[in-house]
Ligand binder design. Structure first.
Ligand code: SF4
Length: 373
């Protein structure tokens, strides 16, 4: 079934490390943007079955519950939404109140994903985040009180000045709260990020690479001990509570993206909406297509994608399934280049599947370059 992604490009402030497609919140533009979203969704629907909606951003929780209801309503009218669809809203802790959360639930949101990043105020301050650790805890409890039984928390590791012990403090606080899902990413600082200047001014440094590896492995160990199941390089969940939407990206699924800069992949074709918010709104208002970079995927690209994304999952790649779908014997084609990784113990191969153990997840990029021809 299709997954539907809805991009919300507004934020209350721009974080110093952020490289997403976003801008400052502007109430007038937000109104016009929501109208454009509803129009785009209504114009695209062909009634095909879909079972996930994911509001990502930006900060989707800056929308009013009535905006979210209008967008979900457009999805339901245009697509055949499964009754048990997963409807996720990304939220920043400082934006929620009990009333807004209750409104989002009434609108049809049944999964919240909070961008917490850290449970230490000094680390949040260095990242120029607007919330405190206390506010994140409060936002979590508020969501539980309003009936959200599917909550994900995002944490980032390898932050400026962060030690392994600091990182594990955040992991422990997360475990105490007991969300249903957690994402744990390594902070990547892009070349012109304002955070680089802030680091130079503050003389903040990053822990050595070995510590970053230790953060990753020890954080996941703690999540294991707490009963979470890792299902993807950066994602863990309570049994069965994985992100149904995101799994579509990693299992060769199909999805449609609405809103500025959103990507879509369907029927072997990939495209992207215009990136600038104003351009997107103007195109929809004028009845023009918002799609750019429309590209049929070659069989080779589809295979590469399937190999890249499949290996991100703990379940690994089922080689018979890849062979059925793409007519390629993966081991015959890549085995010579993959064998050294198998010998080092960073890749498991048992004749039927390929899978990364945790040590291999640390060097996943290196292993995956084998698939680029
Ligand atoms: S809240 Fe998220 S999307 Fe917005 S600026 Fe910060 S990191 Fe970027």
């Amino acid at each position: 079934m299709l997954g539907l992604y809805v991009h919300v490009p507004f934020c209350s402030a721009i974080c110093n490390y952020c490289n997403f497609n976003r801008g400052l919140f502007d109430p007038g533009l937000k109104e016009r943007y929501v109208t454009a979203l509803v129009t785009e969704i209504a114009g695209s629907g062909d009634g095909s079955p879909a079972d996930t909606i994911f509001f990502g951003g930006g900060t989707p929780s800056l929308l009013e519950p009535s905006d979210v209801a209008a967008v979900i309503g457009a999805c339901r009218e245009s697509w055949c939404m499964a009754p048990d669809s997963e409807v996720t809203l990304e939220a920043n802790p400082e934006t929620v109140t009990p009333e807004r959360l209750a409104g989002f639930r009434r609108a049809g949101v049944n999964r919240l994903s909070y961008g917490v990043q850290s449970f230490r105020d000094d680390e949040l301050g260095r990242l120029s985040r607007l919330h405190s650790a206390g506010r994140a805890v409060e936002a979590f409890h508020m969501a539980r009180s309003e009936g959200f039984d599917n909550i994900s928390l995002d944490l980032m590791m390898w932050l400026p000045q962060q030690t392994v012990a600091h990182w594990l403090e955040s992991v422990d606080r997360l475990i105490e709260l007991g969300p249903d899902h957690a994402s744990m990413y390594l902070l990547e600082i892009y070349p012109n990020a304002p955070l680089r200047d802030a680091m130079a001014r503050g003389q903040w440094s990053l822990a050595p690479d070995d510590d970053a590896a230790e953060m990753y492995l020890s954080g996941l160990d703690r999540m294991d001990e707490a009963g979470y199941v890792q299902y993807e390089i950066s994602n863990v969940s309570r049994p069965g509570r994985y992100s149904r939407h995101n799994v579509k990206y990693w299992t060769d699924g199909e999805w449609l993206g609405f809103g500025c800069g959103a990507h879509s992949t369907r029927g072997g074709v990939r495209w992207k909406n215009v990136s600038a918010t104003e351009d997107y709104v103007a195109a929809v208002a004028a009845g023009r297509s918002t799609a750019t970079d429309i590209r049929p995927l070659s069989p080779e690209e589809r295979l590469e994608d399937a190999l890249f994304t499949g290996l991100r999952l703990n379940a690994g790649l089922d080689l018979a399934a890849v062979s059925d779908r793409y007519g390629v014997d993966v081991w015959a084609r890549y085995g010579g280049d993959l064998q050294p990784f198998v010998d080092q113990g960073v890749l498991f191969y048992d004749g039927r599947s390929l899978r990364l153990p945790r040590a291999g997840m640390l060097v996943a990029h290196e292993i995956m370059t084998v698939f680029i021809r």
